[in-house]
Design a protein around this ligand. Structure first.
Ligand code: G3H
Length: 493
């Protein structure tokens, strides 16, 4: 693969990348490719193959053919392969960082953070898997089963895991699926996001360099419309791990039928500010949570709830802090802070429309609101109500809305009525009150005095309602990508 890890520069001819069919890097027989455009300036970064259905069938067949051998490979060897993968990721940190900046428009710090985190996470998975063991249960403590019998309960692979990664973390949210699936003895078919495919292909190469055997990992590229439905309905898939928006999650679940699913979908991640909160801390966390990666994190803050008096204190602090902590621009420029472009001009138009509709419904723009190509100005809206587009739909962009409430019960009602339930944050100086409040919220996790986030990655991470299915987090992902297999030894007589 000559074009892999070749220096990226403005004047190179955009490479046409091959896909990895499990044993070789190949050009699709269908002869179709898709251009990957940089959100920074819409330039073509490269082309990726649109893999055919027959090529998917062949990769699936190879994945099944090799899976049992891989599962039978001693765990300590699979662990070594993952540690080596982490080392390769570190070795190519600079390259992958540059690639991520270009391909998905992350700022340099955020892109580098994603790569480092993926290497650390891969190591952590490899360490943690060694404490996952089978166990034994005796039957005689259950009424009616006192003759005795023993179940030997192993944890085994599902078979072939389909891993579908999103554009906003094409390396990390591929790695967070590949590592646990492979460590538990599964084969994997990776479907990277179209925007993020190039990063996903490079990551695949690093898993291969580390020693993932032929057939065990294939990476198939192509648009969701071209291969997504075929893959998710494929009879060869034994389990699906997906990160992406809730609508796609719903469609995959419908398509997949009775297969185990591990889904991380959309979120609106509200912040509730209690009157006694430290307003400076709250303002800093709102900025971090609302504007990092231009608001394109599933854990990004979409709206802030507080009483009139609270918001009158808080909003001026947020606006003041934005002057020094947030600066929109080309993510390659050191002056840019948190807000580069959103993933495409189409996405930016969609965000602009949500702002426009909310303003015509009565919201007021305190700062921002404008768009240039795929760049959305960091935007603060006030006088927002929960039915307005900026709150009611997942606006994946740098927009934070302030919603005035009369009471904390009203905040609970608004959050619990949302179709999303990923995370929420509560700000208060009284942690006890925060815990009592947190327990009323129907969301996956609640942060007290911090903005919503997935990490640290060994914490359980989950969404309820339309925000997800199953639990991620190092140990939880390892468990989710394997199943229990009881073998029962009955005592005759
Ligand atoms: O976008 C979805 C990610 O899982 C969010 O992760 O909170 O670390 O940005 P993060």
């Amino acid at each position: 693969m000559s074009e892999m890890f070749e220096e990226i520069s403005d004047n190179r001819t955009p490479p046409t990348y091959k896909f990895f069919n499990g044993s070789a890097w190949v050009t699709s027989a269908g002869g179709k490719t898709t251009e990957v455009h940089s959100p920074i300036d819409d330039s073509v970064l490269g082309k990726v193959q649109v893999v055919t259905h027959e090529e998917i069938d062949a990769a699936m067949k190879a994945a099944h053919a090799q899976q049992k051998n891989w599962e039978a490979t001693p765990l300590n060897q699979r662990v070594k392969v993952m540690h080596l993968t982490a080392d390769w990721i570190r070795q190519y940190e600079d390259y992958l960082t540059t690639l991520l900046i270009r391909e998905i428009g992350k700022t340099s710090d955020e892109a580098r953070g994603e790569i480092k985190r993926t290497a650390d996470l891969t190591d952590y998975f490899a360490d943690e898997v060694q404490s996952i063991r089978g166990f034994e249960l005796d039957s005689d403590n259950f009424p009616g089963f006192d003759k005795g019998g023993t179940a030997l309960i192993d944890r085994v692979a599902y078979g072939v895991v389909l891993a579908i990664a999103p554009f906003n973390y094409p390396v990390n949210l591929s790695g967070s699926k590949l590592a646990p699936a492979l460590l538990m003895g599964n084969s994997v078919i990776l479907k990277p996001p179209t925007q993020g495919s190039i990063s996903g292909l490079h990551l695949t190469q690093l898993f291969r360099k580390a020693g993932v055997p032929t057939g065990v990992l294939a990476t198939v590229t192509g648009g969701g419309g071209e291969i997504g439905e075929y893959l998710t309905a494929h009879g060869g898939v034994d389990m699906i791990a997906f990160t992406g928006n809730s609508e796609t999650g719903m469609a995959i679940a419908k398509n997949a039928g009775m297969k185990p699913l591990l889904f991380e979908c959309g979120g609106d991640n509200p912040v509730v500010v209690l009157p006694d909160a430290d307003m400076h801390l709250t303002a800093r966390e709102i900025i971090k949570g609302g504007f990092s990666y231009a608001g394109q994190r599933c854990t990004g803050i979409k709206y802030v709830l507080g009483t009139e008096t609270t918001l009158d204190q808080l909003i001026p602090l947020v606006l003041e802090l934005m002057k020094t902590e947030v600066a929109m621009g080309d993510p390659r420029s050191p002056g840019t802070k948190l807000v580069g472009p959103v993933i495409s001009e189409e996405a930016a138009v969609h965000i602009e429309e949500a702002i426009r509709l909310s303003v015509s419904a009565g919201a007021k723009i305190l700062t921002g609101g404008g768009r240039k190509n795929s760049y959305i100005e960091p935007t603060i809206l006030t006088d927002v109500t929960p039915d307005m587009r900026v709150v009611a739909s997942e606006v994946f962009g740098p927009v934070v809305s302030f919603v005035r409430i009369a009471s904390m019960d009203e905040a609970v009602g608004i959050i619990n009525r949302s179709r999303y339930g990923l995370q929420a944050s509560v700000f208060t100086k009284d942690e006890g009150t925060g815990i009592v409040f947190a327990r009323q919220l129907h969301v996956g996790s609640v942060q007290i005095n911090g903005s919503p986030q997935r990490g640290p990655d060994h914490f359980p991470f989950l969404g309820v309602k339309h925000s997800g299915v199953g639990v991620q987090g190092v140990r939880y992902s390892l468990e989710a990508m394997s199943r229990l297999r009881p073998i029962v030894l009955n005592k005759p007589g």
